[in-house]
Ligand binder design. Sequence first.
Ligand SMILES: [Zn+2]
Length: 877
Amino acid sequence: MIRGPLCNANRRRPAFLALAAVLAIFIAAPHLFADEPYARSRDYDLQHSKIALRFDLDHKKVLGEVTHSLSILRDGSTKIAFDSVGLTIQSVTLNKAAVKFESSADKLIIPLPAAAKAGDKFDVTIRYEGKPAKGMYFILPDKDYPDRPKQIWTQGESEDTRYYLPTYDYPNDRLTTETILTVPASWITVSNGKLMSVSDTGKGLKTWYWKESVPSSTYLITVVAGEFEEVKDTWRGIPVNYYAPKGRGDRLRISYGRTPAMMELFSKKFGVDYAWEKYAQVMVDDFVAGGMENSSATTNTSTSLVHPKLAHEYFTGEDPLISHELGHQWFGDLVTCKDWGDIWLNEGFATFVEALWTEAHYGKDQADYERWNNAREWFESNNLWNKPIVRHDFDDSSEFDGNAYGKGGWVLYMLRHQIGEDAFYRGLKHYLEVNRGKNVVTADLAKAIEESTHDNVDQFFGQWLYGAGAPKFDLSYTYDGEKHQVMLTVKQTQKIEGRVGLFRVPIEVEITTASGPKLYNVTVSKDKQTFSLPAESAPLMVLFDKGGHVLKSAEFHKEKKEWLYQLKNAVDLADRADAVVALGKMKNDEEVVAALGETLRNDKAWGVRATAADTLGQLGGASASKLLLAALDSHDGPWVRNRIVSALGNFTNDADVLARLNSVAKQDDSYRARAAALQALGRLKGPNAFATLDAAVAADSPDGFLRNAALRSLGSLGDDKAVPLLLQWSAVGKPIDSRTAAINSLARLQKDNKDVTKQIAAYLTEPHFPVRMAAIHALGGRGDATAIPALEALLKSDDLSIEMAPMIKGQIARLKKPADGKPSANPGSGDADEESAESSGGEKLTTEQRLENLEHLLQEMSERLKSMEKRLPPPKQ
Ligand SMILES: [Zn+2]
């Protein structure tokens, strides 16, 4: 599962991680239903479910009849239990005979008439109805938004199918399905498998019949129905269809058209062809995740339907989301983790698959840049450090964390690098073939690799998957001119405690002298080691882990001239980007500033140019601002241009900068750059900022892109004049995105104005999830305790999604102790700030700015929600 159009490829995972970190700080309420970490012992094998659903739109109810065909696994079984939450069971039959049943808070229990034997088969038919608290969502027009396309969609993972379907709801069972959906005649439906028929059922209704003949787990069942437009494509004769909410069908091809090419690439790389009978991607509004890999029928957020005028401004478009969910069709759907403790076998692989597509389609530099960024983000997320990737102790946190995703993807990359491409893909093919249609644990992957390559990976798995942390290196060297040797001293400085140990890693060291580069392979395994490596003359450059193939942090004690040489001459992106970061620590040095300016102009990789722009912004000073301003004349791609503009947002009291930001805000080829300029103007609080932002709110742009940036920026500007404008744009009937942006900013203005608080509190009871979320967090952020009764009332209402309760409790807690409720921990979030400034990609801010923006960030959760692959991680204690 993943992310949306406001954030481009390399900024998606940061959003997820940053949000998890922020939530961890603010939310103290316990999660209501923690996912079961270990697979259950099974009493029966659910083999097939025939699911017939109708919908009562007026009451947002599902009316269902499901027939489960199952086989008993234990002699002497006396009952069959299904997971079922909040559903009213009307009748149950067992092999067509009516039987009694018992319902508890989370189970439907059907006593058997006599003790059964292993192998006995039963057909259980359950008639039921319910108004699902989660799992199934109704997105419908109302008086304020009468034109909204109607949509019903489900989200099963991790344990939410049971809220709309009584079933066996854990991954360690697999079944085939028939899904029979009766809906208004003008609607389209999407479900798992092949579309067998659409028939007229009278009274303005049609019945869609879907049949999935490849078994998968119940969390991968999907039902989507509503007013959609469809675009048809194919791959090797298999239907590949894309669906958008009515009115947005013209956006499908621009973002989704590369899907068949991805199916081809992955089928070849994995050595196992795409296994399902079709591939559908349906984009829905208000999705609780960014994307969900339901078997043969992925659901993605409609925010991935980027406006055609904006789509070309994102280097990799929506490809990371699309490739991630497609990758799951092999890793997750065809082969499924047995329990949530092994979720990285789904998510780490899907993250790795994103990189696979990036490499093949966008080239090595782009893949290197994303990997380099991912490593930095992971190291900044302190809460991940001491947890192994494979773990079963997530009662108080989410198993869907940055270890399962980012670090998991990194581990697979390292494995490929260390055992080699051929062996790696031979291992994957074997893993998929042996385990297809089965549930797996991490040991199954190790076994498949060893069987197919004869490479023993136990030590590798031990430190990277069952152990925690990563190596932190302290590096230095001397050159012995007589012996012609470089003495490279390597220390591992990570604290050895808990699951974090010393790492044993192969490292490529490259030494460049006047006569050229030489590569040496060493293995680091101790807390301190010195390697003697031949070098004809004093080195010009020593690269430890050339190209950045190991997940690590490194403090390499080098002189400035070496970093400058590396910045200019290193072949691999990671080494040049590391040089940018190292030089960024050298303040007040004109030579450094000039070199970074040259990198900003000339480096061949946009990621390095953009990182140089960030760094010049952090260094500050007159020369840096001149270089950034000059770079704006070069018409670099929007993905660099918006970073340059954001960097300019660090220069206070610089008339040239303000003038240029004003002009970019008003007119530029790049909407992202314009949005970044609006954000920067708010932060700089320049004399004309309010007028510029006010004008930007009034003007139209694709999907209100600039308006929303301006509304958000008004919060940073901190000028109370903006309050009437923000109230106006927060009102019902305005576009939801504009409303959430305005509400976010209201959180920061006129904090003692009770009328503003009251207005925001009025939004708490709206049906629109993003608005509600924004209001909840804005009230917490304002610190006005008069909001407490409204929040408490919301907590008691029955029209509340379960995820929301802990968030409301968290905000009430903030209001009850506003003075010391401020965050003090480092949320690991240069990227969080980056997200809070909608289009300011890659912007790096000072710690002070980070803390200032942190509060703001919380109120932007609604947008973040749309852009996360998974539902929100459960709160931490
Ligand atoms: Zn995923």
